[in-house]
Design a protein around this ligand. Structure first.
Ligand code: DAH
Length: 343
């Protein structure tokens, strides 16, 4: 019996050595026949039980079968490795996987909102602004109180604001980042912060529960409404690529004083009033105003020394205007968005 134990050990060792030198499936097949074929070493070893005396058959069977199982598992492992290598080699040789062949398909496209956000970011950067990012989840303080939006302000209504269980909110406007920016950078500061805003609205062609805005602040000494008007005119002229007529219309926002809405002369009208501007020849594009001194103070900025203006524009709205997209819901439609593929 001792004899058979060492015999099993020797066959295992032999198989291991043989397989170690095999690097292709053809040689592997030769090894298979050599060990597992009709007169293969393992087959003969197991079959030899016939010649073993009866009282030793049980032990012999156990030992040789264990050897066979071990050998099969060892062989299968090697086969799996070689199969995989063969597949990789095949893929590398086939044109379908040739990484050096230039792609015929365009793989993706920038979203129209991303396109306009990038364009505005470049414009503002050229005017010395840093591009920052606000949070999408904010404290009520930053979204409301730090902007002088009191507890009973209609904007806080449950209808409009998504409240989280912990009392924080999904930001209802990008103005919510103002306080953090003031505290982080102090004055003077010029920053824009494009981002996503959320409002609990019924969705239709012109409203969505989430949309993109771009907020900006400029704080320095001696800043006036004249600077604001000139600034808005420059920004929109750059954005549309030509001189644009701009007007400030008095409005109300709790965080600015005075506050305005910014209209640009309709770029679609030509000689006759058009539908885009509802035949008014003006299109409203942003809200803005001189930052309320209390808002500056809440951000740790000395409002006696510094003044500034803030503005917030609808990036989603701008994108739909720029590309003539009639229904805001198209902005979620991948088939529709394909056309904005990189040229
Ligand atoms: N946060 C305002 C909104 O979502 C937009 C806005 C208006 C931002 C005036 C401003 C501003 O910074 O000065 O409707």
């Amino acid at each position: 019996m001792e004899n058979i134990e060492s015999k099993c050990g020797k066959i295992k060792e032999e198989l291991e050595t043989r397989l170690a030198n095999v690097s292709d499936l053809k040689t592997l097949e030769e090894v298979r026949i050599e060990f597992f074929g009709k007169s293969g070493k393992i087959t003969l070893l197991v079959g030899d039980i016939r010649n073993v005396p009866n009282e030793q058959k049980k032990k012999y069977g156990e030992l040789t079968n264990a050897t066979k199982e071990y050998a099969i598992a060892y062989f299968d492992d090697k086969k799996a490795v070689l199969d995989h290598l063969a597949l990789v080699a095949e893929q590398q040789n086939s044109t379908a996987y040739d990484m050096s062949v230039p792609s015929k398909k365009k793989v993706g496209s920038l979203h129209p909102v991303t396109i306009v956000a990038n364009e505005f970011s470049e414009i503002f950067k050229s005017m010395g602004f840093i591009v920052e990012q606000g949070n999408e989840i904010e404290t009520e303080y930053n979204n409301f109180e730090a902007l002088r939006i009191g507890k009973d302000h209609p904007a806080r209504d449950m209808q409009d604001t998504f409240y989280l269980e912990d009392g924080r909110v999904l930001v209802t406007h990008t103005s919510s980042a103002q306080n953090r920016i003031y505290k982080q950078y102090g004055a003077p500061v010029r920053a824009i912060f494009p981002g996503r805003s959320y409002r609990n609205e019924d969705v239709d062609a012109t409203h969505d529960v989430s949309f993109f805005q771009l907020e900006g602040i400029l704080v320095d000494e001696n800043i006036t409404v004249a600077n604001l008007l000139y600034f808005m005119k420059s920004v929109f002229s750059k954005a549309f690529g030509r001189e644009i007529e701009v007007r400030l219309r008095p409005y109300f926002f709790p965080f600015t004083e005075p506050s305005f809405e910014v209209d640009v002369k309709c770029i679609y009208c030509g000689d006759t009033p058009c539908k885009v501007c509802k035949e008014t020849t003006w299109i409203e594009l942003a809200g803005c105003g001189m930052i309320h001194p209390e808002v500056l103070e809440m951000g740790g900025i000395d409002s006696k020394k510094y003044r500034g203006f803030a503005f917030g524009m609808g990036l989603t709205r701008f994108a739909t205007l720029k590309y003539g997209i009639k229904d805001i819901r198209e902005l979620h439609n991948l088939n529709f968005l394909k056309q904005f593929g990189l040229k």
